[in-house]
Write a protein that binds this ligand. Structure first.
Ligand SMILES: Cc1ncc(C[n+]2csc(CCOP(=O)(O)OP(=O)(O)O)c2C)c(N)n1
Ligand SMILES: [Mg+2]
Length: 333
């Protein structure tokens, strides 16, 4: 990716830019805190951080409306926060406590919110893709003009079920946006070593699904692409593909020392393309905010995240009697 050229002038309002700054910073600080708690042994099992990819979900969500749905992989904390789920409930789920979204029985990859229309959190690579199309099928059936954001990775894009889904989604003109979060690695395998053609967004062509590539380190570019895709889907034209080029700064999961790439590669991306620094520069150079304004936002976010960590530590572990609850859906019968 080419180095960013910051433009002082944009058509975006100061308030909007500050919202993106705040939302991306919340994800970053939350993930850093989750990393710390993991290191302290307070979070167990798998934990996949979203640091570096913040502009993707924040830009996509900027075009979402009430009632729209989202579903993603195991790298899911950012998606939860971006759709408005409570940081306390997410962090407490990570520490396996009663105050968590799944009452401490799900953990990082198994959280849901009916209220925010967040459908997980899926550990099986690509599994969320047909499920996302299913959600969109329900909306089409109900004719409620809702859209489903279905996120998956560059690695998942090589899964067979993705193409079965593309076929049905196109055939039935389902209102689903397939968001390929191309962070350039699938575990330790670089995209060039796993993927026959590098432009994944063209993979919908045989099915008649339009697609485009988006700079995922620029929240404004992502938002613009999201608006276009949402309009397409909401107007009944069927699915749309966005391949959003991004980068994860940390390893695949907390247990990955990331020896398959150089420190310099990561450092270069952080220095030249960081999505939060980008908006910070836009705010400062466009005179939309002062250093003090940004410091106040930083403090506000730090407080929210610290509070969520305290909540997650203080919330009790689930009681033994809860072992057999929440397994099956409740019925009215
Ligand atoms: C069906 C299946 N195969 C393999 C795995 C092991 N696995 C977990 S994540 C992953 C890589 C996926 O990479 P990508 O889709 O690019 O997502 P990213 O982790 O980069 O967000 C693999 C192979 C799995 N969880 N499920
Ligand atoms: Mg990937």
């Amino acid at each position: 990716m080419a180095a960013r050229k910051t433009q002082a002038k944009t058509n975006v309002s100061a308030e909007e830019l500050k919202t993106y700054y705040r939302d991306m910073l919340l994800i970053r600080r939350f993930e850093e805190k989750a990393g710390q708690l993991y290191g302290m042994g307070l979070i167990g099992g798998f934990c996949h951080l979203y640091i570096g990819q913040e502009a993707v979900v924040v830009g996509l969500e900027a075009a979402a409306e009430e009632g729209d749905k989202r579903i993603t992989s195991y790298r899911d904390h950012g998606h939860m926060l971006a759709c408005g789920m409570d940081p306390n409930g997410v962090m407490a789920e990570l520490t396996g406590r009663e105050g968590g979204y799944s009452k401490g029985k799900g953990g990082s990859m198994h959280m849901f919110s009916k209220e925010k229309h967040f459908y997980g959190g899926h550990g099986i690579v690509g599994a969320q893709v047909p499920l996302g199309a299913g959600l969109a099928f329900a909306d089409k059936y109900l004719d409620n003009k809702r859209v489903t954001f279905t996120y998956f990775g560059d690695g998942a894009a090589n899964q067979g079920q993705v193409y079965e889904t593309f076929n049905m989604a196109a055939l039935w003109k389902l209102p689903v946006i397939f968001v390929i979060e191309n962070n350039q690695y699938a575990m330790g395998t670089a995209q060039a070593r796993s993927t026959s053609t590098q432009d994944i967004y063209t993979r919908g062509e045989p099915f008649g699904i339009p697609g485009e590539i988006v700079d995922g380190m620029d929240v404004l570019a992502v938002k613009a692409a999201s608006e276009k895709a949402v309009k397409h889907c909401r107007s009944g034209k069927g699915p749309y593909i966005l391949e959003v080029k991004t980068y994860r700064y940390r390893g695949h999961s907390m247990s990955d020392p990331a020896k398959y790439r150089t420190r310099e590669e990561v450092q270069k991306m952080r220095e030249e393309r960081d999505p939060i620094e980008h908006v910070r520069e836009l705010l400062l150079t466009g005179k939309h905010a002062t250093e003090d304004d940004l410091k106040a936002i930083d403090k506000e976010i730090k407080d929210i995240v610290n509070k969520s960590a305290d909540f997650a530590k203080e919330s009790p572990e689930p009681a033994l009697e809860e072992l057999w609850t929440d397994i099956y859906a409740e019925t009215d019968a």
